[in-house]
Design a protein around this ligand. Structure first.
Ligand code: SF4
Length: 395
């Protein structure tokens, strides 16, 4: 049951200004476009298209988000149409009407490395296609999130409105608002059930007469959506706990089931330069973006993996599990956010490079004001810009 505090949020009055690729946000440093990368998989040509757009229309960098999406910043007024045309040509805009709701997080390396029960890559493609094919689902909030976890427990706990968690090669749990609904389905029917749950969320939202952005904001949302699914495909099972997500994704060389290697690299502070994106695009036909601001280059052969690692490391990406870069996240800060009192990215980077991270090097999130945007799961300390300098806050 949702708390009274949650259900008391005056959601009806809120405007869903979640940015998209077409509905850009006017940030302090220019237009901000968020490009959904459903399932986290980007083909090399798409990465090149994003790099070119960042270089020619934006500030020259791509921001990786905690939902595995990509943002372009510093877009000049009037470039929205050209950006949309470029993204559509690259296959990054399969539906102009649904572009903001294609938020699908899938287990990284699913089907490639050990740890999962099923390969969720086909689920990601099918769910994305199913979302885009249903005109009514264009009405989902831009904050809607679906998680597809192959059983390794990396994304199930990231708070999806609707989620699938493989419990075995033959059984999948439907998650609602990040918890087990008790509904079970076989892998072949899992996407159909997830789409039905998504429609039920929208229907319940309409029935409650609210503009809720998340299923968790609805009164008894999980129970009401589960009830709406009675008679749908699936059966009931004993509820299971949802695994807590890891604080960081893996980095380094990861052995694949087929004998090849995947390289996972952290992108410091989630800012990927156009040059780095082009470098990645030259290494493999596709790469995977993760919620931990890492990029995975899969399917490398033994004779290519070392050179790839050297090139990526030289470009500034991080493979060291003990690197202080893995301890630090930031909000946008200056110059992107008008509310910010500091260039938190520059200050955090200087602290990492200078070995002067505060709070004894605890896992920390730097923000430009008290609003504290983007605090990730697992941050122990907030480093908050104030008029008097940075303040360290703890949980
Ligand atoms: S925490 Fe403050 S400075 Fe940072 S993005 Fe949010 S509003 Fe802007």
């Amino acid at each position: 049951m949702n708390s009274a505090a949650t259900s008391a949020i005056p959601t009806r009055t809120r405007i869903d200004a979640c940015p998209g690729a077409l509905q850009t946000h006017p940030a302090a440093d220019g237009g901000l476009a968020r490009v959904r990368v459903s399932g986290g998989s980007l083909r090399a040509g798409q990465l090149r298209a994003l790099a070119a757009a960042a270089r020619e229309l934006g500030n020259g960098s791509l921001e990786l988000t905690s939902r595995g999406n990509v943002q372009l910043r510093g877009l000049a007024v009037g470039t929205e149409t050209e950006l949309g045309d470029r993204l559509a040509a690259a296959g990054l805009l399969p539906s102009a009407t649904h572009e903001r709701v294609r938020n699908v997080l899938a287990s990284g390396l699913s089907g490639r490395t050990a740890g999962g029960h099923v390969d969720v890559r086909p689920w990601a493609a099918a769910l994305d296609a199913g979302l885009c094919a249903d005109a009514s689902l264009a009405g989902l909030p831009g904050r809607y999130l679906a998680t597809l976890d192959d059983g390794r427990g990396d994304v199930a706990g990231l708070g999806g409105d609707v989620g699938l968690l493989a419990l075995s090669p033959t059984s999948v749990a439907l998650l609602l608002a990040g918890r087990d609904s008790g509904l079970r389905v076989d892998p072949a029917g899992a996407v159909v059930l997830a789409l039905a749950a998504t429609r039920a969320f929208l229907a319940e939202r309409d029935a409650q007469g609210t503009g809720a952005w998340r299923l968790a904001e609805l009164t008894d949302g999980r129970e009401q959506v589960t009830a709406r699914l009675s008679g749908q495909r699936g059966h009931c099972g004993r509820p299971v706990g949802v695994p807590a997500p890891p604080v960081n994704g893996p980095v380094g060389a990861l052995p694949q089931l087929d004998g090849r290697t995947a390289l996972a690299a952290l992108v410091p502070l989630g800012v990927l330069s156009a040059a780095q994106a082009e470098l990645l695009a030259g290494l493999a036909p596709e790469v995977e973006l993760t919620p931990w601001r890492t990029v995975v280059v899969p399917d490398l052969t033994e004779d290519t993996v070392d050179d790839a690692a050297v090139d990526l490391h030289r470009s500034g990406m991080v493979f060291d599990e003990a690197s202080p870069w893995r301890l630090v996240t930031t909000c946008a800060g200056r110059p992107g956010c008008a509310k910010s009192l500091a260039d938190v990215r520059a200050d955090a980077a200087a602290a990492v490079v200078g070995g002067t991270l505060p709070a004894g090097g605890a896992r920390q999130h730097w923000v430009g004001c008290e609003r504290g945007c983007g605090r990730p799961h697992g941050a122990a300390v907030d480093v908050v810009a104030t008029p008097a300098g940075y303040r360290i806050g703890r949980d």
